[in-house]
Ligand binder design. Structure first.
Ligand SMILES: [Zn+2]
Length: 240
């Protein structure tokens, strides 16, 4: 049906789309200068990004080494190095505290461009964003790691886990769980659904890795439910 009212609605939508950059000019995520196009980072700031170039390494990277003697991981990847005061810090700030979820998907796509084919040849069958507390997610409106996973999914087609894991505010809340809790397993602060058992190789998606202890606890929680699962790690950034 193509009524006159719908036509008006459609052209209004098109007008809004065409003029949205005038109403809400795009700003560079790093220097916050106005951008001519729908890019998120200007051509001056783009070369400032501290790429790890891990995809070019033949030897183990610093991220691989971070998990040595801790949890067995198949492959690891981080796109950017994180340093205090660096452009990476600004990118993460925009993603986490400035209501810019699209930053996550943009960088997720960049990750997939450099590492996506490894995820596919390694038969990764699930992207599992590291969960955040429900309260944090409510306040932020999204889980930043899920946004990164969405960018990876867009280019690789690997599905993103929905409701397979969660994070509790305190370990104590475990005792308050009702009899009909949807969570089958609680380990540390993480809750893991039994449905995770149907996957063979899971890539955990994170925003920034510093000591690796959150990921380590998350992996332990997953392996309590699914001991034979293969696990890889993909992150937007890692501390240099
Ligand atoms: Zn800029």
């Amino acid at each position: 049906m193509n009524t006159a009212a719908e036509k008006v609605k459609l052209s209004l939508k098109k007008w809004l789309k065409d003029t949205s950059h005038i109403l809400f000019p795009a700003q560079c995520l790093i220097c916050e200068d106005e951008l001519p196009s729908n890019n998120l980072i200007c051509s001056f700031c783009e070369p400032e990004l501290l790429y790890t170039h891990f995809e070019k390494y033949n030897e183990p990277t610093s991220l691989d080494q971070l998990f040595w003697g801790r949890e067995q991981v198949s492959t690891t990847y981080a796109l950017l190095f994180y340093k205090e005061g660096s452009s990476t810090q600004q990118v993460l700030h925009q993603l986490k505290y400035n209501n810019k979820p699209e930053t996550g998907s943009l960088f997720g796509e960049k990750i997939a461009e450099k590492w996506g084919k490894n995820l596919i040849t390694e038969n990764v069958d699930l992207l599992l964003p590291v969960p955040i507390h429900a309260k944090k997610k409510f306040l932020r409106g999204y889980n930043q790691s899920t946004m990164i996973a969405e960018g990876i999914n867009k280019l690789t087609g690997i599905p993103i886990a929905k409701n397979l894991s969660g994070k509790l505010q305190h370990t104590g809340s475990q005792t308050k769980r009702g009899r009909f809790s949807r969570w089958d397993n609680v380990s540390g602060n993480f809750t893991i659904s039994n449905k995770i058992k149907q996957y063979k190789h899971i890539a955990l998606v994170d925003d920034v890795i510093t000591t690796g202890s959150t990921l380590e606890a998350f992996i332990q929680a997953i392996r309590k439910v699914h001991p034979t699962v293969q696990i890889s790690i993909v992150s937007l950034a890692v501390t240099k």
